[in-house]
Design a protein around this ligand. Sequence first.
Ligand SMILES: [Zn+2]
Length: 384
Amino acid sequence: MNILRRSVHCICIAALMKLALTPPGRWFREYQRRHKINHFVALSAVFLILYNEYVSHWLQSTYWPQIPVSITEEDNLKVLFVTDPQLVGFDNEPHLLGIITRYDSDRYMRRTFQSSISYVKPDVVVFLGDLLDEGSISSDQQYQIYVDRFRQVFHEAYQTKFEPVFISGDNDVGGEGSDPMTTSKVQRFEKYFPSKRVKTAKFVDIIDANIDLNKFATEIKKDLKNVATQTDDKQLKIVINHSGILYRERYVLLNVIETLKPAIIFTSHTHVSRLWTCPDCYRNHRPNSIHLKVDRLTSNKFQTFPVNNDDLKEIVVPTCSYRMGVPDMGYGFAIFNKSGRFDYAVLWQVQRYPQLWSYLAFLIVASVIKLTLFFSNRSRFLFR
Ligand SMILES: [Zn+2]
């Protein structure tokens, strides 16, 4: 131990003597060289942060579809769909890392939502469920914290012409796998995210189908019939549900068609952007002979859909969270027109994981440069 201490002591004295004996000119040149590299590293860090946090978001927004200037206030309804934000919770994240992951995920959604809503200026924002990742398993105290965070992230949704529409997902109230849906979970969700089953916005009825596949078919039908009494046949009927309807049990699909007669269905849950089409749903009521077609919806442009046709379409809106295991995130944007057609596009967002990898790569490179400088300087002082 003494030998080690003496060695360290000797190295320190040698270094100090070398430093003191170094000619001032060389010292100054060394100072300049090191500071040039330090400045370069610092400047690169600033540019990387500016690009990832600001420029990339602005560049991405230049790909969003142009909103037609000819649309009038009264004849159109602009709806922004938000799906599966799944705000990161406390229990499923590592303790210290969780502080960073919750912060970054919230910040990413806040930024992307803010820019999307200021671009769209929607009449109403519709949340299609799975708002909180651990909503179904959290304590009341945790739930309150999650709700506060949710309101901060999606603050602008509460300031549109119509109140936001909320429906629950399995992460909010259970109902999938071994996590049961209970009355208390549903009541807690409804307390913090109040929303009517039928929401009227201008000429559109937004109907929450709230299909619970754990119920008997007769119960589902009775519930849908009850909801149908709250709708107006003169209104354009849009059905929303967290999980898919067209590709699930046929009896559910036929019940929805028979009772609610939707012009279009919007769902979420699978995190990817899809368009399901049932060309013969309104003519064919035999469950086993219904045909379905599925397409990816990946375009940056508006797609125009005529509604009130014979076919029935279901749009699956992609997730807005980068934590969902899919590479592409976005918000669904629809402009419904009184004439009976609507335009739909996804406002695709910046991929976050490549940005996080770029920060990690930068940290590694910067550390290697700093260490190389440190050791090269030390050896120069000691052995020259
Ligand atoms: Zn879900």
